[in-house]
Ligand binder design. Sequence first.
Ligand code: C5P
Length: 322
Amino acid sequence: MSTSVRSFAKINIGLKIGPAREDGFHELRTIYQTVGLADLVRVDVGRGLGIEIVCRDKRVPTDESNTCWRAAERVLKALKTRGKVRITIEKKLPVQGGLGAASSNAVATMLALERELKKPLAEEERLRIASEVGSDVPLFLIGGTVLGIGRGEQVFTLEDLPSWHCVIATPDVGVSTPQAFADWDRQHADKLTARRVSDKMDVFSRSVYAWLSGSRFSPTGVPAGWDRAEALLLDLVRTGIENDFESVVFPKYPAIREAKRALERAGAKYVSLSGSGSTVYGLFLHAENAGNAAQKLSDNGVPAHSTVTLPREQYWKEMFGK
Ligand code: C5P
């Protein structure tokens, strides 16, 4: 017997980087949104001991540095169980792409392993393990639209945004997240700038507040005389919510900036870097425009896919679906 789980990707709608903390991590503010592209993670448990990772993609580590390995080890320990755990990852998402693929794989492993062992973890245990494995892992225990604070691991359920068409474009360059944070630190080294960084965190929070409770909206969140998906997208642009990593990643990797411009030219309403990249995504109101944009980017040598943003209910339904 084995359990297969779809391991969906996320994008970041806005990402504000705060000061580096004493533990070396950076304080963050971000909105995570799950999207319809996924890896497939299969878990089976047999007799014996140990954890084995199987993946055809040679860029994926198969030792204890793999997030799935680390998640599985912790789940076994928390459930006081032993066994031979084999985790097979069918990779479709880019590796190191800013889409949280490795983090999502870790949650898929946790959930599949619990099912295989027929022993559920307590919610709090699940969250503890997820945040130990990585900052981007806990969001996948919620799915849909999620607020992330702290180092990104403190997650809060937000009311789902409408489902937009979404083009994911991943130029073929690897961006190291720790390096991107280090570049950010260098850019904001002096004290005065550090204070400005904190102020900007507050501005970000206010922008998100303004965006999600815009004056155009009735208390139910449905704008009078407006299509909600369209109004929210226009407001997102107007409110100026951005990803801070763009200012360090674009100068270093012009191909990523170029992909963002290509999405803008192709008619995306909102375009942004996801995480520290290299993925940039564009949000569209119409499937046809999104499909054409993905085709155009692919024709020009930038791997691109058209998908949709995935609300919470769908995220959970499709995760275990056939
Ligand atoms: O938590 P995770 O393993 O994904 O983080 C990878 C690295 O990214 C950390 O070791 C740290 O260098 C950096 N990071 C950070 N601040 C965050 C999240 C990650 O500096 N909020």
